[in-house]
Design a protein around this ligand. Structure first.
Ligand SMILES: [Zn+2]
Length: 279
């Protein structure tokens, strides 16, 4: 992915969560990937334009700075209703078209909102937990168990063979859309082992040792997509469950592929550039 100039810097400040002024970017999130947006403006960066005092007493947390201004996450409970003039929107389409800094801020806010709500109670002893004052963690005041924000690594891989690329249709995709093979890392695996296992499982091919290329936060609800490339030969055999079709494609005969802004699209476009097809 492109290396844009850095405008967002992550931090964690529960103690300053009450200091919210006109200069603060306020993002209101609900567990599961919902973001509060104005009913009449459902695109763009969904920061709150009204005073925070207009909202119920939802949990607040300063999560970083964007363009030099504080970013506050206001974390609403799962069953929170939307205030007058607002509605809850899914984060996924909102990420389209955001610059790198806003994208990072919104991904962090959404991921922290889900994690914070899901760890209100200690997983060991059931006591209500507290936000740690110094680092991104919730701590149990009874048994001292600490819970850190969860990031689940997943890999996505570009498989090529000379001037052909292997793309697969997942049964969850819209009709006619093909993408790169992807899957979650299992406990105990290296990323490279995950890549080779997923290729074998999903399309039945033995691939060459993969090389890492780039990554993308994937807050649905708490993943990190790690992009690889490798080569393989032979005819793919879809697993018939997750993958219903898989084929080799030439650059001039590509099917519908994922939208711009996704790492899948970047992997495909980067290859098209490499082979001189996309200038
Ligand atoms: Zn505990």
């Amino acid at each position: 992915m492109s290396d844009n100039e850095k405008t967002f810097f992550a931090s964690w400040h529960p103690e300053s969560a009450d200091t919210c002024n006109d200069d603060t970017h306020c993002l209101v999130c609900r567990p599961g990937g919902d973001v509060l947006v104005r009913s009449d403006t459902t695109v763009g960066f969904p920061e709150l334009m009204e005073p925070v005092s207009s909202l119920p007493e939802w949990q607040r947390l300063c999560i970083g700075t964007l363009d030099g201004r504080s970013v506050m996450l206001i974390s609403a409970p799962l069953d929170a209703g939307a205030p007058q003039g607002y509605l809850w929107a899914n984060i996924r389409p909102l990420l389209n078209g955001l610059d790198a800094g806003r994208l990072e801020a919104l991904c962090r806010a959404s991921m922290l909102a889900s994690w914070d709500y899901d760890h209100r109670y200690c997983g060991r002893c059931g006591t209500l937990t507290l936000q740690d004052s110094k680092e991104s963690a919730r701590v149990c005041p009874s048994c001292r168990h600490r819970s850190y924000p969860r990031v689940s690594p997943a890999m996505i891989v570009r498989i090529t063979n000379g001037s052909k690329i292997l793309l697969a249709h997942n049964q969850r995709f819209p009709d006619g859309v093909y993408s790169c093979v992807a899957g979650y890392v299992e406990p105990g695996e290296t990323l490279e082992q995950t890549v080779l296992r997923e290729i074998k499982e999903e399309v039945g091919l033995e691939a060459a040792p993969p090389c890492y290329l780039s990554s993308q936060a994937w807050p649905f609800p708490h993943s990190l997509m790690l992009g690889f490339e490798t080569t393989a030969t032979g005819e793919p055999i879809p697993d018939g469950e997750e993958i219903t079709e898989a084929r080799w494609f030439f650059p001039d005969n590509l099917p519908h592929i994922p939208r711009h802004g996704t790492i899948a699209r970047w992997l495909i476009d980067d290859w098209l550039e490499d082979i001189g097809y996309l200038k």
